[in-house]
Design a protein around this ligand. Structure first.
Ligand SMILES: Cc1cc2nc3c(=O)[nH]c(=O)nc-3n(C[C@H](O)[C@H](O)[C@H](O)COP(=O)(O)OP(=O)(O)OC[C@H]3O[C@@H](n4cnc5c(N)ncnc54)[C@H](O)[C@@H]3O)c2cc1C
Ligand SMILES: Cc1ncc(C[n+]2csc(CCOP(=O)(O)OP(=O)(O)O)c2C)c(N)n1
Ligand SMILES: [Mg+2]
Length: 388
């Protein structure tokens, strides 16, 4: 293949068009470059005209609306199983401003072997870096798609879409909000309840770990840049300072921090900045008493040898109180909604310490370097867990 330099050349554009129009099982891989390029609208028009389903990276969440019928959800290590299966069975992948991170591909030797690949990226170094592609279009995504659009024909991919939707099975209705309360508090419940209370319209800033993945799974983002999260660097301690930035940049937005008990302790002195600058930020600590994501790997791959992952912490509500921030501690699902609404009503910062199940894990999971379709599934679906 050839890589067109900086402005895609006609031959490469034609090759891409041929692949798009002849594909029977295509998937768009929507990445962070969509937001950076401001290409959200043209990506939506492209997907609708070609009828191609869309999988997002973690950093692509929100760049294509979660509620759009063509949105499959997040791909990769903690993506939904049907999304990864669709990618593995696809005959064409269209990578839009994403860089095939190892959390996205799993084992490169078995990654989407049946698929032709088109990669549109502004950085020539990204083309063929991790995954070899058939067409590499180097350029700004919005400009490149706008150039392609007049030549894109309406496509009927209804058979493929029906097949992919069928893959969702029961997992698609992992509708946890209507389940009976069994006395357990799951992080998934908390995040889903925050999503419902905020009608999906908040800017959510997460830290790094299990709570970050549950946020990606259970808060449905329809708006671009409404999820701010540390992806590639995965820097614990990111959430609170980043939320301060988000609130100052968007003072009228409702801003929520979703943070683990470990990461919060890394940058919690910034509560002083929150108070000093009179910032109305709501902080949800997903407190599981562990460096949870590391504990999960120890459970799955190291015989539950929980070395250095059980962590202590202060009484977070008292800590908030010391800063003059109103706070609550929640241990029961029935108290989640009231605490969230009370935090939202305050016209200043508020903090909630959600003391969730300690040894819950994020499912599904592709073990690092494993084949993308070989996911570890939840032993019993959360539907059953929550109802037992
Ligand atoms: C605990 C943990 C678990 C994770 N699990 C997952 C997971 O399950 N699934 C997942 O997807 N991610 C996961 N991640 C995140 C992952 O590590 C990467 O950060 C993420 O996949 C990168 O997404 P991206 O390629 O869309 O964004 P980026 O890394 O930001 O790449 C953006 C790409 O767009 C290009 N670009 C920029 N501007 C433009 C433009 N104007 N026009 C065209 N192209 C442009 C860039 O050159 C780059 O190639 C996880 C991270 C952590 C910390
Ligand atoms: C600064 C930093 N140190 C270590 C890590 C490795 N790491 C990734 S997730 C994680 C655990 C996070 O624990 P917590 O903040 O409690 O969130 P949880 O996973 O329990 O939701 C660790 C230690 C990291 N990403 N960043
Ligand atoms: Mg934790």
């Amino acid at each position: 293949m050839t890589v067109a330099s900086h402005r895609p050349v006609a031959r490469e554009i034609q090759h891409a068009l041929d692949l798009i129009h002849s594909a029977k099982k295509p998937v768009i891989l929507a990445g962070h470059g969509i937001s950076i390029s401001g290409a959200g609208d043209v990506v939506r028009k492209f997907a609708e005209r070609t009828n191609i389903p869309v999988a997002t990276t973690l950093l692509g969440i929100g760049a294509f609306p979660a509620s759009h019928p063509l949105n499959l959800g997040m791909m990769g290590m903690h993506g939904e199983a049907w999304v990864n299966t669709a990618i593995q069975e696809a005959d064409l992948l269209l990578a839009f401003g994403m860089r095939f991170d190892d959390r996205v591909t799993g084992n490169l030797k078995t990654y989407a072997l049946n698929a032709k690949k088109i990669h549109i990226d502004i950085d020539p170094a990204e083309i063929n870096k991790n995954v070899r592609v058939d067409v590499g279009l180097v350029g700004d995504l919005k400009e490149t798609l706008e150039e392609l659009m007049p030549q894109i024909e309406n496509c009927d991919k209804s058979e493929w879409n029906a097949y992919v939707n069928g893959l969702k099975g029961d997992a698609a209705v992992r509708d946890i909000q209507n389940l009976p309360d069994n006395g357990h508090l799951y992080a998934a419940h908390v995040i889903n309840d925050i999503w419902r209370a905020t009608e999906g319209k908040a800017i959510v800033v997460t830290d790094v770990g299990q709570h970050q993945m549950w946020e990606a799974q259970y808060y449905k983002h329809d708006d671009d840049r409404s999820l701010i999260t540390s992806g590639g660097l995965g820097t614990m301690g990111f959430a609170l300072p980043a939320a301060i930035g988000a609130k100052i940049a968007c003072p009228d937005a409702e801003v929520w921090v979703v943070v683990g008990d470990g990461g919060f302790q890394m940058t919690c002195p910034e509560l002083a900045t929150v108070v000093q600058e009179h910032l109305d930020i709501n902080i949800a600590i997903i407190n599981n008493g562990f460096l949870g994501m590391v504990r999960q790997w120890q459970e799955f791959f190291y015989d539950k040898r929980y070395a250095a992952t059980p962590i202590s912490g202060p009484n977070f509500a008292k800590l908030a109180d010391a800063f003059g921030i109103p706070a609550a501690t929640v241990t029961k699902r029935s108290d989640v909604e009231g605490a969230v609404e009370s935090a939202r009503r305050q016209k200043r910062a508020a903090l909630i310490d959600f003391q969730v199940e300690q040894e819950d894990s994020v499912y599904p999971m592709v073990p690092a370097g494993a084949d993308l379709h070989k996911m570890i599934r939840r032993p019993s679906p959360i539907v059953e867990t929550a109802a037992d």
